[in-house]
Design a binder for this molecule. Structure first.
Ligand code: SAH
Length: 336
């Protein structure tokens, strides 16, 4: 059975022609699936019954089930725990901003990257999500919340560039302007070079978390394979190729990466690069005792701003529903 929601229009055409369907039918099917969000070939009423039967014998339409849903009482953040068809779980977070509704989507079940402060990686890696499974996070959330998603951030469970082809296919299918998409990576250099060549006007976010090589290695194993020096070189090339500014994410941890020396190293590393620094207050997870105080982040921010860097602090949304990635999934799996 072919997973039809993972196919683009051209692939849908190629897949239906051998079944004896005319090429133009692909557009009809595509509209049913993606615009009308139809979940059943039987409901595709402008296609003959015989053809619909053929389609259902050869294709499947994937789905996600809402296993759990947590709604914040502080802001309107909603966290979904979706169950996949093979009973794996992924998290998706819906956030309301002035500029629209933003969805944080997962790209893998688990993660191989092993960042020390991140809950998503603690149970290891299970599998990549298909393009349909990434896409359905948007569709199911829109259906359940009755809200239109205008922005997507690939910052949920998983490393999007470690699931490169399916992530790119998802971007092609999602129908959201690439200017409203942010893709976050821990810094897989070969894939960043590849992404640059796609020339997509999305925002690339690099999880930096320290500008000092030894420190970065301590919390991010990937830093050993892809050292800072090469990563920054790669980022410069990315900007040159895409003409897009890069965001550097910097998760702030007290007593670890927000001292004066850390700020100096960061300034030295990023000086002259067309970038934005997004400071993230570390979300404390059960597996690691990391904390940060708002005052210390503010100080770090001011220090960088005074040196003409474009810096923001990420708003903490859904604090009461554990909205940081991977935590709900871990909890539910432990209790099962
Ligand atoms: N694998 C990708 C995307 C997923 S994580 C990446 O590494 O970028 C999205 C962002 O949240 C990353 O910057 C990640 O380092 C950060 N993050 C993960 N766990 C966190 C935590 N407990 N507190 C704060 N930020 C965290």
């Amino acid at each position: 059975m072919i997973d039809i929601l993972s196919l683009n229009l051209q692939e849908t055409e190629q897949a239906i022609i051998p079944l004896g369907l005319e090429k133009y039918r692909a557009k009809q099917i595509y509209t049913w699936l993606h615009d009308r969000r139809c979940r059943n070939f039987a409901d595709m009423t402008n296609i003959s019954t015989a053809m619909r039967t053929k389609l259902s014998e050869n294709f499947c339409i994937k789905s996600l089930k809402i296993y759990k849903k947590l709604e914040s009482k502080i802001d309107n953040t909603v966290k979904y725990l979706f169950e996949l068809e093979d009973t794996q779980y992924i998290e998706t977070v819906l956030m309301e901003y002035d500029h629209g509704n933003s969805l944080c989507v997962s790209t893998q079940v688990g993660c191989k990257m092993g960042c020390d402060f991140c809950a998503s990686t603690k149970a290891g890696f299970i599998r990549n999500l298909t393009p349909a499974e990434i896409l359905l996070q948007i569709y199911e959330t829109e259906y359940d919340s009755n809200k239109k998603i205008s922005n997507v951030v690939l910052m949920g469970i998983g490393e999007p560039l470690d699931n490169y082809d399916n992530t790119i296919k998802f971007l092609e299918l999602c129908g959201i302007s690439m200017r409203n998409v942010s893709l976050s990576t821990c810094g897989l250099i070969p894939q960043i070079y590849k992404l640059a060549e796609e020339k997509l006007p999305l925002t690339l976010s690099i999880s930096l978390h320290s500008a000092i090589q030894q420190k970065r290695e301590k919390i991010m194993p990937v830093a050993k394979k892809y050292p800072l020096k090469e990563l920054i070189e790669c980022c410069k090339k990315y900007i040159e190729t895409t003409h897009r500014r890069i965001t550097f994410e910097y998760t702030c941890i007290d007593g670890f990466n927000i001292s004066r020396d850390d700020a100096d190293a960061l300034i030295k590393l990023l000086r002259g690069i067309n970038c934005h620094i997004n400071l993230i207050p570390v979300n404390t997870i059960k597996e690691a005792n990391y904390n940060v105080s708002q005052i210390n982040i503010e100080k770090f921010k001011t220090f960088l701003q005074e040196r003409n860097f474009n810096v923001t602090i990420r708003r903490r949304l859904g604090a009461d529903i554990n909205a940081a990635c991977g935590q709900l999934k871990r909890e539910v799996e432990k209790n099962k």
